[in-house]
Ligand binder design. Structure first.
Ligand code: AMP
Length: 210
């Protein structure tokens, strides 16, 4: 099963991706998590992309395409994977088509209105250890794993608007790209987590031959 989870920042890709990963026993490949880890670990890649992430811009297509090519060639991706945060440009989508040679099953588009996304992003905390996200509250530790909760640098209001602009300009055209190819499952991404998960399952069952 090869799935792309697609949608604006804050659409719930991380949360729903984790559920799908468990259900199908395939890895969730989050380019954002991979890049944030590189920044936290201070690797050469992290030094190269730290500033870009802080500003909510996109890292270069060449760089992210080579990272993803290498990642999906790993043995744990042999049965399939869930791409979370990739592709984000038409160039990346074209490269993915080339790499997968038509074997992509479905693109789940989590459709969430702009205002809701702004509210969600600027009001959420992320676990430093497991990456789970929670609504801002008095919680300081992750209820799932006990890790520290923090506000992502790029979830600060100034950067959020920039990320959404980048999404609308560079990433939103992928909706038409995948619709034309008959791969797009357009899912209402507003509502309870379980309800959205159910809609995703319906979408998958219509498109994917497992
Ligand atoms: P995310 O966690 O998916 O919101 O990604 C966080 C940040 O990582 C983005 O704002 C970008 O700076 C960078 N990033 C993640 N995925 C990509 C991608 N496919 N192409 C370019 N930049 C990316």
């Amino acid at each position: 099963m090869k799935i792309v989870l697609f949608g604006p920042p804050g659409a719930g890709k991380g949360t729903q991706g984790a559920r799908l990963s468990e259900k199908y026993d395939i890895p969730q490949v989050s380019t954002g998590d991979m890049l944030r880890k590189a920044v936290a670990d201070g690797t050469p890649l992290g030094k190269q992309v730290g500033e870009i992430l802080r500003e909510g811009k996109l890292v270069s297509d060449d760089l992210i395409i080579s990272i993803i090519r290498e990642r999906i060639a790993q043995p744990d991706c042999a049965k399939g994977f869930i791409l979370d945060g990739f592709p984000r440009t038409l160039e990346q989508a074209g490269a993915l088509e080339g790499a997968l040679e038509g074997s992509l099953d479905v693109v789940i588009y989590l459709n969430v209105p702009r205002e809701e996304v702004i509210e969600r992003l600027s009001g959420r905390l992320t676990c430093r250890d497991c990456g789970a996200v929670f609504k801002k509250s008095k919680l300081t530790a992750c209820p799932a794993c006990g890790g520290e909760l923090y506000q992502r640098e790029d979830d600060k209001r100034e950067t959020v608007e920039n990320r959404i602009r980048v999404y609308e300009e560079s990433t939103a055209p992928l909706v038409a790209f995948y619709r034309e190819r008959g791969k797009l499952a357009d899912i209402v991404g507003v509502g309870g987590e379980d309800e959205i998960a159910r809609r995703i399952e319906e979408g998958i069952s219509q498109y994917a031959v497992s």
